[in-house]
Design a protein around this ligand. Structure first.
Ligand SMILES: Nc1ncnc2c1ncn2[C@@H]1O[C@H](COP(=O)(O)OP(=O)(O)OP(=O)(O)O)[C@@H](O)[C@H]1O
Length: 790
């Protein structure tokens, strides 16, 4: 397969994903009465605008509160609106604001009569107030005409968000265009498409030393590999210091090599993790670390950890010297708009009103132009810019060039998301990806065309890169493409027939992923490059089929194949290093995942290797409770006790999920024992692969121990606690294991605890699932403190 069809295939998969998300959202909202949408957390009614102001990008911000004419309480009920979500504002009475009806880029269906109204993006969410930046996700700030039409009574509906996909598609199209240009292809594009093999490493100078003297040997090797190779994958199993390693790499690149670095992450949290370490005072007194690196964090300030606000672009821009004039214009604009919005007797009328809005438009243009100048100045000073993969495609970076692209949590980002920095940074010559492809991959909603079954996995939906108001400023190219991409979306692979069918499939496991060792993207081995390793382009007058590839390129079977995995399969293990010391858990907890998934190479640090739960208790309790508190792994085996699972209505889409009441009771008993022994409830986490069981556990545990964390495995990636109790749920005569079949899900579950892993389940049922599950059950029998409930 040549490069162009490969990229086109990624576009098709992205369009299918966008369609699946739109379908899910539209089916949900169109078939539900409004109060049910409120109950589901995707709508809010009886709101009134209490203030309008101006936000970054010249957008009108509307502050909404619950109207006391409609509600007794001004606090919002539980809801799912988060900053960055696309929304529609509707006039409350008629179900549509007095506006221009359906807009050009309007694809979301949001309930009966919901086609009109104003589009916006959630800017800020508080207990009693929600702030909306007007303007559709795809249109940037060109909403001048609409600012005056905010209805007095408002219903708010959550929409599916096309911007994420638009940016991915436009980046992939940009990469396709670059293939046909006469100039040499950017080196990272040739490497990513297998059009060249990675060039030989550039050796480090003899004077090279590490800035961080605490790095372990595997971290040091990873740093050296990343500094000397054009393409470097840092494979970081749980708790192995991936972030610490990346920080050393970034500091070396900037402070020692004088390069400029763009750091992206699949989620806001991953970006913040890197920023937090990078902005912290270094523990080493190496003089090279004396001057702090100028850093800028892109993205919506409300989605950035509060402690990191000073590094956000918004904060830096408003603190800059050049922002004074912009502030003056903003104040003038707000004053004028405020006057024009006055209703009743005092209202501005007739030609004066028209003149006023003309002036607002003019001032807005001026504001945006000047604000753009300030933002460009601030970003230009940064030596490291950080943002989500989506955020770094913002127009803000259009004329900014970086030497190195770093993508953290790359095994949790889809490949089209990674193409945003790749296609938009043609001058970058080094790509560093960090992640662990043996933990859960990105969430995919669309059909997995390779298997015909739905692939729904992994990370929480909120963690997906989302549109944030600060990053809504699409490139002009994206804006032009918006409509055409929607037209094209009709040619994408067919979405699932119905949301109900969709979700019920999700209750069953996705087919187990290909093991890395068996992941073959082509008939020939990646380790057998063809003769040409040229990084220059062929004669542009010839067709793309003549592009000489060093490595075979196969179409991506689905979006769950990440760039991280594909590059590993394409270029071979020489492009990666593995961090092999985990600082999270004790050696017993490490044993099984290390043997089964990490080639036996994962070990533990000196500090944590001998950790036990009993060490957290004071002396007296320690003596009393020696026994289970001294165990690292506990297995409560319900085999033969007929503690069968139950299917239950999960609430959303009427989907079926599983629960197991007997197991839940055993969990409660176990937790009771731990707390009686003196362990704080906050040190305990309960996990289950099934949402129904999570709900059941929470209902049993939270009334007594509100601080206990209870969650689904998929939502807990990246988290840890002293004790983690896993309720496996599956217990049936047929030996059906459902979600447990995915090795990566189990890997995430069993690598969350620091001192004690507790598994509660039916070994007889689970052993029937797969070789991996059978081996796990065997290992538990041989290594855990096994309890058989009465
Ligand atoms: N060389 C080291 N020596 C001692 N402790 C270390 C070392 N490297 C990392 N750590 C500690 O290990 C813990 C995990 O490190 P870090 O957060 O960098 O890992 P990570 O791989 O990014 O984590 P995650 O699995 O959550 O992605 C931290 O407490 C960190 O201080």
């Amino acid at each position: 397969m040549t490069a162009e069809p490969f990229l086109q295939r990624l576009i098709d998969l992205t369009l299918a994903e966008q369609q699946a998300e739109e379908l899910e959202s539209s089916l949900l909202s169109s078939s539900c009465p409004f109060n049910q949408l409120v109950a589901k957390g995707i709508a809010l009614g009886g709101l009134q605008p209490v203030k309008t102001s101006l936000g970054l990008g010249g957008r009108t911000l509307v502050d909404l509160e619950r109207s006391l004419a409609h509600h007794q309480d001004s606090t919002f009920p539980p809801h799912g609106f988060r900053s960055g979500d696309s929304v529609r504002l509707l006039g409350d009475a008629a179900g549509g604001a007095k506006s221009k009806g359906k807009k050009k880029g309007d694809t979301a269906t949001a309930g009966q009569g919901a086609e009109g109204g104003l589009e916006g993006v959630v800017w800020k969410v508080q207990e009693k107030r929600i702030v909306i930046a007007l303007g559709s996700a795809g249109k940037g700030a060109n909403q001048d005409d609409e600012a005056e039409e905010v209805p007095p009574n408002i219903r708010l509906l959550k929409l599916s968000n096309p911007t994420t996909y638009l940016r991915q598609i436009s980046s992939l199209r940009s990469a396709i265009r670059q293939l046909s240009l006469p100039s040499p292809l950017p080196p990272l594009i040739t490497l990513s498409l297998g059009l060249s093999s990675p060039p030989p490493p550039t050796p480090l100078p003899p004077s090279f030393t590490f800035l961080d003297p605490t790095l372990n040997p595997s971290q040091q090797s990873a740093v050296q590999h990343a500094l000397t190779h054009s393409l470097s994958l840092i494979w970081g199993p749980p708790g192995t210091g991936k972030t610490q390693t990346l920080v050393e790499v970034i500091r070396q690149l900037v402070l020692v090599q004088g390069l400029r670095v763009l750091v992206c992450g699949g989620s806001n949290l991953s970006v913040d993790n890197v920023l937090q370490r990078l902005s912290a005072k270094p523990s080493s007194d190496d003089p090279r670390l004396a001057t702090p690196i100028p850093l800028t964090r892109l993205g919506h300030p409300t989605r950035v950890l509060t402690s990191l606000t000073p590094w956000t672009l918004d904060s830096q821009s408003s603190a800059s010297d050049s922002s004074a004039l912009v502030k003056d214009i903003k104040a003038e604009l707000e004053q004028l708009e405020g006057r024009l919005r006055i209703t009743g007797k005092e209202r501005v009328r007739g030609s004066e009103r028209k003149k006023g809005w003309d002036e607002v438009r003019e001032l807005r243009r001026d504001y945006r132009r000047r604000e753009g100048g300030v933002v460009g100045e601030v970003v230009g000073k940064a030596r490291v810019v950080l943002g989500t993969t989506h955020g770094v495609g913002s127009r803000i970076l259009q004329n900014q060039h970086f030497d190195v692209i770093v993508i953290d949590e790359a095994a949790q980002a889809t490949e089209p998301a990674c193409w945003i920095p790749l296609a938009n940074q043609p001058r970058a010559t080094k790509l560093i990806l960090a992640g662990d492809h043996l933990q859960l991959p990105p969430t995919i909603k669309s059909l997995d065309s390779s298997s015909g079954s739905k692939s729904k996995k992994s990370s929480k939906k909120e963690d997906k890169p989302k549109t944030t108001a600060s990053t809504l400023m699409l490139t002009e190219e994206e804006q032009k493409k918006e409509d055409s991409s929607k037209e094209n979306s009709t040619s994408a692979p067919a979405p699932p027939p119905s949301a109900a069918a969709d979700e019920s499939q999700a209750a069953e496991p996705s087919p187990p992923p290909p093991a890395l060792s068996t992941l073959s993207l082509s008939p020939s081995s990646p380790s057998t490059p063809s003769t040409s390793t040229s990084t220059t382009r062929p004669d542009p007058t010839t067709t793309t089929t003549t592009l000489t590839r060093s490595f075979p390129l196969a179409p991506s079977p689905s979006l769950s194949l990440t760039l991280f995995e594909r590059l590993l399969a394409l270029h071979g293990p020489q492009i990666r290093t593995m961090l092999s010391v985990s600082y999270r858990f004790n050696s017993k907890i490490c044993e099984f995942p290390s043997r089964e998934l990490y080639e036996g190479e994962l070990g533990v640090g000196e500090r944590n290797g001998g950790w036990k739960l009993v060490d957290l208790l004071d002396g007296e309790e320690e003596e009393e409770e020696e026994g289970v508190m001294g165990e690292e792994v506990v297995f409560v085996d319900t085999a033969g006790l007929a503690m069968y699972e139950r299917s239950g209505d999960e609430g959303t889409f009427g989907a079926e999920s599983k629960s197991n009441e007997n197991e839940a009771d055993l969990c409660v008993k176990y937790v009771e024992g731990l707390t009686l022994a003196g362990l704080p409830a906050s040190s305990i986490t309960l996990l289950s692969p099934y949402n129904s069981q999570v709900t059941l556990l929470a209902s049993l545990l939270h009334p007594r121990w509100p601080e206990i964390e209870v969650g689904s495995v998929d939502g807990m990636q990246g988290r840890e606690n002293e004790v983690v109790v896993i309720s496996l749920v599956r217990s049936n005569e047929k030996g059906e294991v459902g979600f447990l079949a995915d090795e990566r899900r189990l890997n995430v579950a069993m690598t969350r605890p620091k001192r004690q892993l507790v598994v509660i389940g039916d070994s007889e049922t689970v052993s029937k699932g797969s070789g991996y599950l059978k081996r796990w059950m065997q290992w538990l029998e041989e290594n855990a403190w096994v309890q058989v409930p009465e």
